[in-house]
Write a protein that binds this ligand. Structure first.
Ligand SMILES: O=C(O)c1cc(=O)[nH]c(=O)n1[C@@H]1O[C@H](COP(=O)(O)O)[C@@H](O)[C@H]1O
Length: 271
């Protein structure tokens, strides 16, 4: 999916919600455990009730890899079940020397048919470039993450001036355009969005950390939105585990709808 198509979906649904599919077998309602593929059975119901409010889904690959081959099958079935017009983020946080990155890119773009993949920028240009060689596929580089430990490296002051995450934003613009590159900025770091928008005014940002991690959707929207919205705001646990009974999918749909309605207000206010 290209940038224009993504923006059209945002306008059509009046939403920039990304639903995180961090599906943990220990957290899904017990009645699903007797299904042949409990993880897919859970995801299928979540997708059924949230799809009309979401422009993206983000399966976190760790939750699938943890189950070996069966987990990869659950992931593949989930991706195939997601409606065609919804953007898919493979949250895999990959990145390695060039020939290895190329294989990661083939895995997630060709085999799994995802629209995008999260990539750690730490190994530099030749670790990121192979992901950028695929048409209409996106690299989502970790810039300023939501976790407390993000500060250990990302906020270090560089001798040439600026912080490390700023250099990630600046340098990576030499590798690809805003039609291929997005950045991860944690909702818990919303105060930095004003500065981030000075450096990357046009790029889309993937913003996790509302809901369970306490980030503010209003602040993210106020400081982060640009003329094509430029935001995909993710919530995982706050939606998919909002209820642990057989009613879980209905409640997830309600939570997604609440976020979508707030997003509609912010689109009217800040776009
Ligand atoms: O790349 C990510 O998606 C990510 C980056 C980041 O800085 N913080 C962060 O929480 N995430 C992911 O976003 C999701 C957040 O989940 P919840 O906190 O349950 O909404 C998880 O899949 C995390 O792995």
């Amino acid at each position: 999916m290209n940038r224009q198509e993504l923006f059209e979906q945002i306008q059509k649904k009046s939403s920039y919600l990304c639903v995180g599919l961090d599906t943990d077998i220990e957290k899904i309602p017990s009645h699903l455990l007797k299904e042949e593929d409990p993880i897919f059975a859970f995801n299928k119901q979540i997708i059924d009730t949230t799809a009309e409010y979401a422009v993206a889904y983000k399966p976190n690959i760790a939750f699938y890899e943890a189950h070996g081959i069966a987990g990869w099958e659950s992931l593949q079935k989930t991706i195939e079940y997601i409606p065609e017009d919804i953007f898919i983020v493979a949250d895999a946080k990959r990145g390695d020397i060039g020939n290895t990155s190329k294989m990661y890119a083939k895995a997630f773009f060709e085999q799994m048919n995802c629209d995008s993949i999260t990539v750690a920028p730490y190994m530099g240009e030749d670790s990121v470039k192979p992901f950028l060689a695929f048409e209409d596929k996106w690299v989502i580089l970790l810039a300023l993450t939501s976790n407390a430990g993000g500060k250990d490296f990302q906020n270090l002051e560089l001798t040439q001036g600026g912080e490390l995450y700023e250099e990630v934003l600046r340098k990576s613009q030499e590798w690809g355009t805003h039609d291929q590159l997005m950045y991860v900025v944690g909702a818990t770091r919303a105060e930095a969005l004003i500065n981030i928008r000075q450096i990357v005014p046009d790029h889309f940002l993937l913003v996790p950390g509302v809901g369970a991690q306490g980030g503010s959707l209003e602040e993210v929207s106020k400081y982060g939105m640009n003329s094509t919205c430029g935001l995909l705001v993710n919530s995982s646990r706050g939606i998919i585990y909002a209820d642990d009974t057989s009613n879980f999918a209905t409640v997830a749909g309600e939570k997604a709808r609440e976020l979508q309605q707030q997003m509609t207000d912010y689109l009217n206010k800040f776009l």
